[in-house]
Design a protein around this ligand. Structure first.
Ligand code: FPP
Length: 226
């Protein structure tokens, strides 16, 4: 039996280098990155086996970037979401987020909740955008929720309070680095990890398909024996 990659998570790294290699400003790389987000989302929405796609768009650490780049990313995310509703509806894709949204502008927060509401009925792919997301922050928030309700802190109780509780099957990082950068540390406990040198703006559905093909053949034991 082949493995099924029901939940795929991607660390979309390399936008800045892609732009620099072409003599452009880093922001150009982020713009190109958005186009790749769309292509990969369409591809996943067309694969019935894939149920969920979680994308690392902005981390809790990304606020440390130069002010101009942070401002650009905020505007880019807002601009993207303003026109994306027809895209989600066309591809029967439900929009969700993970991360602490409270640090975003109220207009962006409102936009995010509108798109969630208007795509809530879509029963194809779930696309989770990680926005102001950090796994440690998420785990602490979840643990505090359990404790505030006077609950016992068990694996299940904590999992239930995470922003996204479903286990990751396949985690991909583009851009050549081999680290998790505080992404889905809990949910990726048994994920298969794939690292590619390809910079995010050059990532294609064909490369994703090749990674999935390899993933399907891996023997996953979840700590047990074959
Ligand atoms: C990493 O590249 C990428 C990011 C910090 C942001 C990812 C954002 C996008 C793909 C665009 C926003 C997405 C949506 C859906 C609106 P990097 O800048 O760290 O690249 P580098 O390692 O080459 O510098």
């Amino acid at each position: 039996m082949n493995n099924v990659a029901e939940h795929i998570a991607i660390i979309m790294d390399g936008n800045g280098r892609w732009a620099k290699n072409r003599g452009h400003n880093r922001t150009k790389g982020h713009e190109r990155g958005v186009e790749v987000v769309r292509k990969i989302t369409v591809y996943c929405s067309e694969q019935p086996a894939i149920k969920e796609l979680t994308l690392y768009a902005f981390s809790t650490e990304n606020w440390k970037r130069p002010k101009l780049e942070v401002e650009f990313l905020m505007k880019l995310i807002e601009r993207y979401l303003r026109k994306e509703l027809p895209f989600y509806l066309k591809h029967n894709t439900r929009f969700e987020t993970i991360g602490d949204l409270s640090r975003f502008s109220s207009s962006l927060q409102k936009l995010i909740s509108q798109i969630k509401e208007k795509t809530a009925h879509c029963d194809g792919l779930v696309q989770n955008l990680a926005l102001n997301y950090g796994s440690r922050n998420e785990i602490i928030r979840a643990a505090n929720t359990v404790i505030s309700a006077n609950g016992e802190l068990t694996e299940q109780a904590l999992t239930d309070q995470l922003d996204s509780s479903s286990d990751i099957d396949l985690l991909i990082r583009t851009g050549g680095d081999h680290r998790l950068s505080n992404f889905l540390l809990w949910q990726a406990a048994y994920a298969e990890l794939f690292f590619t040198q390809t910079l995010w703006p050059d990532f294609t559905k064909e490369e994703l398909q090749r990674v999935i093909n390899k993933f399907e053949k891996i023997e996953r034991r979840f700590g047990g024996l074959k």
